[in-house]
Design a protein. Structure first.
Length: 171
């Protein structure tokens, strides 16, 4: 395991910068043991979640409030974006846009989970894995990957169902 203490990420403002610190860890999990570092990661994710709130307000005029009930609104907004992506090939192929939406909406979904169910944000060293929530019982989930799947047209589970699955996984 790679340990990091607070000074190494003191100026990090977004996930891209944070991932740069992780790349050197190779196949090991990047572990935040210093409470200040955990708090910094939580701040980064909170900022992404707040930007999702602003984006949803702009898209459809509704507000998200970090409740489980707000996940229905998130689901509706993501569904409207998926519908738009299905008729706009240029937009659908804009990887930077999709990554940004995954970060923002995934952070919001994750913050709802974290605030209501607990857990800590972690950032695995593996480049193919997204930021995760880790729970005391070892259960992990990746809200950003859930949003990514939805943006790619996966209709097997709503974000509300995902929340319930996570809840079931940590009890």
């Amino acid at each position: 395991m790679i340990k990091c203490n607070a000074p190494c990420i003191a100026d990090v403002k977004e996930l891209g910068e944070l991932r740069q610190f992780v790349v050197a860890a190779g196949d090991q999990e990047f572990v935040f043991e210093d409470p200040g570092v955990v708090e910094k990661l939580n701040q980064v994710m909170d900022a992404y979640g707040k930007s999702a709130i602003d984006l949803v307000k702009t898209i459809n005029g509704t507000s998200l409030d970090y409740t489980a009930a707000s996940l229905k609104t998130l689901e509706d907004v993501v569904a409207s974006i998926v519908k738009r992506l299905s008729v706009d090939a240029a937009l659908a192929s804009d990887e930077a846009l999709l990554v940004t939406l995954c970060h923002k909406f995934g952070a919001y979904l994750g913050e709802v989970i974290r605030r209501l169910l607990g857990g800590e944000w972690t950032l695995p060293a593996h480049g193919d894995r997204s930021i995760e929530l880790r729970f005391a019982n070892g259960f992990r989930c990746s809200p950003s990957l859930q949003i990514f799947a939805k943006l790619r047209g996966d209709t097997t589970a709503t974000v509300e169902t995902y929340f319930q699955e996570v809840k079931h996984g940590i009890v």
